[in-house]
Design a protein around this ligand. Structure first.
Ligand SMILES: Cc1ncc(COP(=O)(O)O)c(C=O)c1O
Length: 373
């Protein structure tokens, strides 16, 4: 075999790093924003009922049943929707459809640019690298707000012509929410495609789905992973103008969404009340946990998601808090990047898990000499 069979671009690629997936008794997993509630019992029953000889058949190639139900929920046509193997697939398809790889024959840098705010979802730069595209990370404000358009224009770093701009809204990993109004202003000023990544929108006060049906260059992506407790099934979708959606359909895998995932997603949409109650449950525990952590000296960034982004008290660095939690069998997320290295991202678990989380937090305080809490 000849040497160097791997493309240089792939050889030097830093891949996406998912949160650790460990299963141990007593372990509290608060590191991947998985919901603490199960899918609705009827959804589980529908999945189980589908496991029979029909598994030998190919699934519906275009996830029609799911798209029809989503279309009626979002007030659009099924032609405005593509369903993907998780919303990660949708994001990847968008890069492949809208962004030109860098090449000597293209002298328009914007055509090759994937743009996103920093910090935001750490998959975006990886997708740009895989595509051989340029990356334009633009810093958020110090409170993780989006700079107003005038400021973006003034500072000159933002590319209003970037081929594809990802906006995580509400933001991850910070949990910060953005108003539809501010997103609308951003979209109205953007010439390239904007994909609003609404993975956590069900835990927020507002969402910007209406913008996908208003602007010719706006897409909104959602996932069934978090809100509908279907991480295991891998299913997400994107809504937007028909011509953009049909281009995404052109390049997706022929049967990109497996049959059981389609059954699960379709069933979930029949039991929205069950999930709505769980969104309220998460918000309640989020408020309780935030209040408790604040009373113990953590800075808790206001959250509109199913996780919180906190600056722990400086008896330990955030990295050492992360390690201390790990020793206590609590998984949280910490990143070494300069702008987030002082923070931990903590998913909201069940009430019982968060009580145990608080106990283990107090143990860490005690082990570091803080006894009077
Ligand atoms: C902001 C954001 N977008 C998209 C995703 C991907 O979700 P999915 O499980 O649908 O691929 C995640 C998952 O963590 C996320 O945090």
């Amino acid at each position: 075999m000849k040497k160097n069979v791997i493309r240089p671009l792939i050889q030097k690629l830093n891949p996406y790093v998912p949160g650790e997936q460990i299963n141990l008794p007593g372990l509290i997993r608060l590191n991947t924003n998985e919901p603490p509630y199960a899918p609705a019992p009827e959804v589980l029953a529908r999945i189980k009922d589908s496991v029979d000889a029909r598994l030998r058949r190919y699934p519906n190639p275009t996830s029609d049943e799911v798209r029809e139900k989503l279309a009626s929920i979002h007030g659009c046509k099924k032609e405005n929707i593509l369903v993907g193997n998780g919303s990660d697939e949708v994001l990847e398809l968008a890069v492949r459809v809208f962004v030109e790889p860098i090449s000597p024959s293209i002298n328009d840098n914007s055509a090759s640019t994937v743009q996103y705010f920093d910090p935001s979802y750490s998959l975006y730069p990886v997708l740009a690298d895989i595509a051989g595209a340029l990356k334009n990370p633009v810093p958020l404000l110090s409170d993780f707000g989006i700079p107003i358009t005038e400021q973006l224009k003034l500072e000159g770093k933002w590319d209003f012509n970037a081929a594809l701009t990802f906006v995580t809204t509400p933001n991850a990993p910070t949990g910060r929410g953005y108003t539809t109004r501010e997103l609308e202003t951003l979209c109205a000023n953007q010439n390239g495609i904007i994909l609003l990544d609404e993975a956590y929108a069900n835990f927020a006060e507002e969402n910007a789905m209406s913008l996908a049906l208003k602007f010719p260059n706006v897409l909104v992506a959602r996932t069934f992973s978090k809100a509908y407790a279907l991480c295991f099934q891998r299913i997400g979708y994107v809504v937007g103008p028909e011509n953009l959606i049909s281009s995404l359909h052109k390049i997706r895998g022929s049967y990109n969404v497996n049959g059981l995932a389609q059954v699960a997603a379709s069933a979930s949409l029949d039991y929205l009340n069950y999930y709505q109650k769980n969104f309220e449950y998460i918000k309640k525990i989020r408020a309780k946990t935030s209040e408790w952590l604040s009373s113990k000296g953590f800075y808790v960034n206001p959250s509109q998601t199913n996780f919180i982004f906190v600056k722990p008290p400086n008896i330990l660095t955030a990295e050492n808090w992360y390690k201390a939690y790990h020793k206590k069998n609590v998984l949280v997320r910490w990143w070494r990047y300069p702008n987030v290295k002082d923070y931990l991202r903590i998913s909201i678990g069940s009430e019982e898990e968060m009580i145990e989380f608080r106990k283990r937090t107090l143990d860490i305080f005690k082990e570091n000499g803080i006894l009077n809490l």
